[in-house]
Design a protein around this ligand. Structure first.
Ligand code: URA
Length: 206
């Protein structure tokens, strides 16, 4: 696993805005979306292009176009808060969904829903903003690598050391995050964290 802590002052500012407990969902969604654009630029840095002819108003020239766009997989619900930005940057990408919750007593992931196309030989970008225990992420990665995905980039906003350690065993995996926080608490929330990302996006709870 390769770990990238995304170093950018605007990203750190946005995460601070997301952490504020009084930020209402409308504001939380706006900053999650803006932050996702920055992370999408980082996550797509190594995509391949091929030369392509293009005619400008003045002459023909050679440009470049993306090939083999990655499949984008937001983990429901929280990952939806980052999807629009990734789709905007990768308009030809397929989007597939995985719905997971965690069992609140054991923190083990419970798989509710998936719509995954053939990922064999494909690069996959997984959107999972809060990397906590890493249980959900590990279950998704095991599935994707079993189905022969060539490479996975997992994009998060805040990660706990425990989650990062859990994913250390995976090859062909890059984890991108903005902040590595201190720890998980006894309810498996990231501290200091920002609360429940899905709730912050779609309701007013933490
Ligand atoms: N998921 C969240 O949304 N927040 C946490 O702190 C941990 C997991």
């Amino acid at each position: 696993m390769e770990m990238i802590e995304f170093e950018h002052p605007v990203a750190r500012d946005f995460v601070t805005r997301l952490r504020r407990k009084n930020a209402p969902p409308v504001q939380f969604r706006a900053y999650a979306n803006r932050l996702a654009y920055l992370l999408a630029v980082e996550a797509t840095r190594d995509l391949c292009t091929v030369p392509a002819q293009v005619e400008t108003p003045l002459e023909k020239t050679l440009g470049e176009v993306l090939v083999d766009p990655p499949i984008i997989v937001p983990i429901l619900r929280a990952g939806l808060g980052m999807l629009e930005a990734f789709q905007d940057l990768l308009p030809d990408s397929q989007v597939a969904f995985i719905g997971m919750t965690r069992n609140e007593e054991t923190a083990e992931p419970v798989w509710h829903y998936s719509s995954i196309p053939n990922v064999s030989g494909k690069k996959v970008i997984v959107l999972d903003p809060m990397l906590a225990t890493g249980g959900t992420a590990a279950a998704v990665l095991e599935y994707l690598f079993e189905k022969k995905a060539s490479e996975v980039i997992l994009v998060s906003v805040v990660a706990a050391p425990e989650g990062i350690a859990r994913l250390g065993e995976f090859d062909n995996l890059t984890v991108i995050t903005v902040c590595v926080d201190r720890e998980l608490d006894s309810n498996w929330y990231i501290r200091p964290g920002l609360g429940d990302f899905g709730d912050r996006l779609y309701s007013d709870g933490i």
